[in-house]
Each structure stands twice: as structure tokens, then as C-alpha cells.
Design a protein. Structure first.
Length: 181
């Protein structure tokens, strides 16, 4: 049960991170180009980012749930992100009765944006896996602590449960370098 709740929390965390990134991109047409619309574009883009990030997390949990960050390849994670974006475009097109041209444009846009965010999420997760101790060099965690979808707390900057880099009850990192005295 605890793992399921962690995955849900991770999916929401990734969705919120993607929502923030997409909302910032949604502000560009208004603030840089001066385009005025009826719907606030940062809010619309942020909602799409939330849905795309959450769907990416679900796809990744189902397909790559038992792999650590080091075992995931960047192209494969980008492909899962693109699939999540394309699925979101298909659902949106179905709900709003878009034509084929609009659907293809939306699907391509959401697939590329989702692939970029998925790649960035994996890069951030890997970087968070190697954290520096306050007094010394980095700790290398060659064994992952769950999937990307269950570890967005680390990606979002929420930190780990203890100073050594793991949650209470997790296996310790495989390799830890501590300063010599």
C-alpha cells in the first residue's frame, strides 16, 4: 500500500513540475509577443503540463516500474513521454471534436514537449541521485530507490528522508565516499 501511495505522490509531483514548466512556456506568447487571448495561456499550458506529466508517470510506472534511474535510457524515457503527450492530444481531440489537421498539429506539439520534459525529468532524477555531503564529496547511488514516477520528491527538491540519501528503511547506497580524517 505504501508503494502505491508513493507512486501516486510521485505522479502528482511530476505533474506539478511539468505544469510549472509548461505554464512558463505558455506565458511567452503573451509577455514576449503581446498576444491576447480569451483563455489565459499560462493556465491552459499548465493544465496540459499537469495532465501530460501525470500520464507520463503512469506510463513509466507500468512499463519501467522496477528499473533504477541508471538503468533507464534517455531515448526510451523520451519515447514514453512522447507517447503520453500523443495520448493526451488524442483524448483532448476526442473531447473537443478537433479535425485531423488540428489533431496532428496538437499531437506533434504535445509529443515533443512531453519528450523534452521526460528527458529533463530523468536528467534531474539522476542528478539528484548523486548528492554532496555537507563535509565531503558526493555519494554515488548506483542502485536506484524505485522508479522515476515514485521519486519525484527528489526531483522536485523535496529531498530524501535522511542525510545519506535514502528514506528510512531503504537499503543504504551501494557506494559511499566519505572524507578521510
Amino acid at each position: 500500500m505504501r508503494t502505491g501511495l508513493q507512486r501516486i505522490r510521485g505522479a502528482i509531483g511530476i505533474g506539478l513540475m511539468w505544469a510549472a514548466a509548461w505554464a512558463a512556456v505558455g506565458g511567452v506568447p503573451r509577455w514576449v509577443l503581446g498576444i491576447e487571448t480569451d483563455a489565459p495561456l499560462p493556465l491552459v499550458f499548465g493544465l496540459f503540463g499537469l495532465l501530460a506529466g501525470t500520464s507520463f508517470s503512469a506510463i513509466l510506472a507500468v512499463t519501467e516500474g522496477r528499473r533504477s534511474f541508471d538503468q533507464l535510457s534517455l531515448p526510451r524515457v523520451a519515447a514514453w513521454g512522447a507517447l503520453g503527450g500523443a495520448m493526451l492530444a488524442a483524448l483532448f481531440a476526442r473531447a473537443t471534436s478537433l479535425g485531423w489537421g488540428d489533431l496532428l498539429a496538437l499531437a506533434a506539439t504535445l509529443a515533443v514537449a512531453s519528450a523534452l520534459c521526460a528527458s529533463g525529468s530523468l536528467a534531474l532524477a539522476r542528478r539528484a541521485g548523486e548528492r554532496a555531503l555537507p563535509d565531503g564529496p558526493a555519494i554515488s547511488q548506483t542502485r536506484g530507490h524505485g522508479s522515476l514516477a515514485s521519486s519525484s520528491n527528489v526531483i522536485a527538491g523535496g529531498g530524501r528522508g535522511n542525510q545519506r540519501g535514502g528514506h528510512a528503511g531503504d537499503d543504504p547506497p551501494v557506494e559511499a565516499r566519505v572524507p578521510r580524517s
